[in-house]
Design a binder for this molecule. Structure first.
Ligand SMILES: C[S@@+](CC[C@H](N)C(=O)[O-])C[C@H]1O[C@@H](n2cnc3c(N)ncnc32)[C@H](O)[C@@H]1O
Length: 358
């Protein structure tokens, strides 16, 4: 991701300079199977190599762990990784040398499991990275799960202006519980002085009813509602479905970090990013709203498809995401709303002698 690259470079440089490990252990949490995990690995290798050249030190060995849920397509991730390595070697050969000496030696392994559980032995990781994953909750609050008898968020799939405040509180409490658990788990796994760089969808607006994710998922909820009206989906199916996602504000994130007492916040910021990942224009105008609608629908379908297929059935997917693309196009004609993305860099507090004994 382009926007957090300078921060990634800074954190990797800081971690290496401060800890000088012979083997630097780095983990990407929620890596998925797309190209971003590969970009991340390449960036860390490049930045570490640059640090070593500048300081005339021998490079450390880099051990990467790419983590995601067990259902993630690790095969395709590692196949892309092998192709990319082959290409890098070929380029190096064409330029008259191998990669040895110019790039730190590195090893990459997959790590299936939820990041809401322990993933590593104590004090073994120097740097955790996670991008676009931590807005996923560990689970829906119990009262909002599909088997619950009463449907508290009727007609919606996420928080909208008609969501009862009690439901909003449940989402908020689940986020606080999950994020605190995540911070505690990682703090046991980080070496003293290790760091984390976390990037996830959030909201800039103080009001949780008008957060940036409300629009994007609200339009998807409207697409489901239209299928209910036409009898393609039972109303009960819609009423019993909620997304296990929450977009926090910077204040909410900061409050949980402070509550944990485990980290110093090096830096926290919010930036905006266009809904359409192929639209890199900066203004408030969308050139081709129809194409942008299709692009946004494709991206969201890639992420949400398993969830929707499981609850509503595969048969609705094509129709649902076509309607969603139209809803997005119409919305973008009126207003170019954007995602709010929070990037936070955290340094684990140095362990006291007493803590190190436990
Ligand atoms: C939108 S993708 C982000 C992929 C990639 N990091 C990127 O920046 O493009 C979110 C990923 O987080 C993963 N994820 C969600 N909850 C998780 C959890 N509890 N543990 C591990 N991975 C999780 C999902 O499976 C998905 O692959």
């Amino acid at each position: 991701m382009v926007e957090n690259r300078p921060m990634l470079e800074k954190v990797v440089t800081d971690v290496y300079a401060a800890l000088c490990p012979r083997t630097m252990v780095v983990a990407d949490l929620g890596c998925s199977s797309g190209p971003n995990a590969l970009h991340f690995v390449s960036d860390v290798i490049r930045v570490t190599g640059d640090c070593c050249r500048r300081s005339c030190r021998d490079p450390p060995e880099l051990q990467f762990f790419l983590n995601d849920m067990p259902g993630n397509d690790f095969n395709s991730l590692f196949q892309s990784f092998a192709r990319r390595n082959k290409m890098a070697m070929a380029v190096a050969r064409n330029h008259g040398g191998g990669t040895a000496g110019s790039r730190p030696p590195h090893y990459v392994v997959g790590l299936p499991g939820s990041f809401y559980t322990r993933l590593f032995p104590g004090r073994t990781v120097h740097f955790f990275h996670s991008s676009y994953s931590l807005m996923w909750l560990s689970q829906l609050p119990t009262e909002l799960q599909s088997n619950s008898k009463i449907h508290l968020n009727e007609g919606n799939i996420y928080i909208t202006t008609t969501t009862p405040p009690s439901v909003v509180r449940m989402y908020q409490e689940q986020f606080q519980k999950d994020f605190l658990l995540f911070l505690k788990l990682r703090s046991r796994e980080l070496v003293s002085g290790g760091q984390m760089l976390l990037t996830f969808l959030g909201r800039k607006n103080y009001s949780v009813f008008h957060g940036d994710l409300n629009h994007v998922y609200g339009l998807l909820g409207q697409a489901v509602q239209s299928l209910v009206v036409e009898g393609m989906v039972e109303k009960e199916r819609l009423d019993s479905f909620n997304l296990p996602i929450y977009g926090p504000s910077i204040a909410e994130v900061t409050a949980v970090v402070k509550q944990s007492k485990l980290y110093d916040i090096n830096h926290i910021q919010l930036f905006e990013s266009n809904w359409d990942p192929y639209d890199d224009s900066e203004g408030d105008f969308v050139g081709d709203t129809v194409q942008s609608g299709i692009n946004v629908a494709k991206c969201l379908r890639a992420v949400m498809e398993p969830l929707f297929a499981r609850h509503f059935g595969e048969y609705i997917l094509d129709e649902l995401f076509e309607r969603y693309a139209l809803n997005v196009a119409k919305h973008l004609e009126r207003e170019k709303t954007k995602y709010s993305v929070i990037v936070v860099s955290l340094r684990s507090k140095r362990w006291s002698v007493d803590q190190l004994r436990t």
